[in-house]
Ligand binder design. Structure first.
Ligand SMILES: [Zn+2]
Length: 256
């Protein structure tokens, strides 16, 4: 029973600050392995309140795609929960170097709770239990950021986390299931906002032709446009299955 549970679908500051959507990130279970991805603000509460309850002490590891607060707000408390208050040294922490060293988001004393820290680097392979994954090239996103290709069965999954669009992007994530952070409805051009828009996502889908695309991590313009309507429009235009994640949504990988 392998699944992805969306414990939050909020992206960027305003949706997170106002909690228009939850911002807990993702829980990925494959075989016997549980990995938490991007525990943003409220991750712990979302785990404990989810039905059925997700027990942080069953986590094998936590992965941070980057250190922005909407991805890392609950990282310390989630490590503490994974390690049963720090009394059981266990679990792996995967994070880019700049989340751990310069202006770190993981407190020093909390870092001591985990069994092992693995630094995420460009184009590298990692493994945690039944989950194998690799990073692609660094994203364009202000802080050190990596998307992930999960080589898991029964379907490979690509997670395209925050980034400004760049031409190579459409070639990097070829998972059968594409989970993409689409913060913006419309592109903003050459601005300070390093996020994908709906147009960028269409460009990626046209190139990689995933079996299923899941939109998540919505900013204000996406929320206003109603993500499920945006998803339906993309699906109609491209003839490729697209859904919008909702808070608490569970995707059973066997059923895709
Ligand atoms: Zn970010």
């Amino acid at each position: 029973m392998s699944f992805i549970k969306f414990l939050g679908t909020a992206g960027a500051r305003f949706v997170v600050m106002r909690q228009l959507r939850a911002s807990g990130g993702l829980w990925l279970s494959v075989g016997k392995t549980n990995l938490y991805i991007d525990p943003g603000p409220g991750a712990l509460v979302r785990c404990l309140n989810s039905k059925p309850r997700l027990e942080p002490s069953t986590l094998d590891g936590i992965l941070l795609t980057h250190k922005h607060l909407d991805h890392s707000g609950d990282i310390n408390v989630m490590i503490e929960a994974m390690t049963e208050g720090g009394f059981k040294k266990r679990g792996l922490l995967f994070a880019p170097r700049d989340a751990l060293q310069e202006d770190p988001v993981v407190l020093k004393y909390v870092m001591g709770y985990v069994e092992k820290v693995e630094v995420l680097k460009e184009n590298s392979e990692y493994r945690i239990g039944d989950i194998r994954f690799s990073t692609a090239q660094k994203h364009r996103h202000g802080v050190e950021t990596y998307g992930i290709n999960f080589k898991i069965s029964p379907h490979t999954v690509s997670l395209v986390t925050d980034t400004k669009f760049f031409p190579e992007l459409s070639d990097l994530y070829r998972g059968e299931i594409l989970v993409v952070h689409v913060v913006r409805l419309k592109p903003i051009g050459e601005g300070p906002i390093d996020h994908l828009s709906v147009e960028d996502v269409k460009t990626i889908i046209k190139k990689t032709k995933p079996k299923l695309t899941i939109l998540t991590h919505f900013g204000m313009t996406m929320i206003k446009a109603k993500p499920w309507i945006v998803a339906a429009e993309i699906e109609k235009e491209l003839g490729s299955k697209v859904i919008a994640a909702s808070d608490g949504m569970r995707l059973d990988l066997e059923e895709v």
